[in-house]
Design a protein around this ligand. Sequence first.
Ligand code: NAI
Ligand code: MG
Length: 336
Amino acid sequence: MKTICLIPGDGIGKDVIPAAVQALQTLKLDLSFVQARAGFDCFRECGEALPEATLDLLRKSDAALFGATSSPSGGMKGYRSPILALRRELNLYANLRPCQSLPGDFSKPGIDLLIVRENSEGLYSGRERREGETAIAERIITRAASERIMRVACEQALRRAAQRGSPPVVTVVHKANVLQVSDGLFRECALRVAQDFPQVTVEELLVDAAAMKLVKSPQSFDVLVTTNLFGDILSDEASALVGGLGVAPSANVGEGTPVFEPVHGSAPDIEGQGIANPVGALLSAAMMLDTLGLVPAARRLREAVHATLAAGIRTPDLGGAAKTDEFTSAVCRRLV
Ligand code: NAI
Ligand code: MG
């Protein structure tokens, strides 16, 4: 029996996490679910964005499914994004963001790439301050985190190569021509670790060129590894190639309980309308099943999502008219 901690969070997180749970329950696996709270609604009601009780439940669980939380731009006194705190508390230093073609004219064909984003430092280190009319954000890059993330990228490339029968290629994405000290260190560490993986072809690309190539020839990529902010931006960009934020899954992995979450946010513009696309959450649940060793169930879930899309059942963000629960029911019918 595996215990899954559910953290729907805010906005459409409250729609897509129940959708994922419905699919997991239909698969009739040996899973138990516990509910936990985090996010802006939680902060407003109990004064904390990430209560200690949630962290306790998380630590006792085998995996977690996280929806999304709202963070007002410009900030609010006492509130900080719980997903950043959660990644730090559990030392989930790697963010895996796969991007695969889906059946439908909303997706470009032939794409199967993985963005490995450093999740613990970079520009998201939380070291920001105002000095009068000047604002400063510190971009922390360490040898330990850079080597660690490159190792994850190379291991993922080998795993994918074994599955797909294709050669493993890791593209190191940085801006070491301008950020000579910080990305200079990231690049140096990545190329050092590359020597431990002689089977992996390692290439490098400046982040601006990578952004362009991702649009122009996304089919040419296998694994991309990069620092926190670049990975965040490139992965949202990549999602647009296969249907947008509504279909993009991710995994936060490292030392503690792995946390799986759709890449999208709380989408206040469609909150409460029942039209959120659950595909990102469903594919995140499939990644979770893979990590828990429930590989055949993960494959069945992915195939059911693909078959549902191929049948033309789609939420409005993909040009369809299906509601969240209609899409989810159509997936579940393919799982029984
Ligand atoms: P967002 O991802 O919530 O929405 C961007 C656009 O994509 C919106 O038009 C939205 O309707 C659409 N969209 C996103 N997911 C969708 C889905 N599943 N189905 C259909 N359409 C979907 O990003 P935005 O608007 O920049 O941020 C909204 C809030 O979410 C902010 O408070 C932000 O801080 C938070 N956020 C939280 C994240 C997390 O919890 N990991 C990640 C990104 C943003
Ligand atoms: Mg993002």
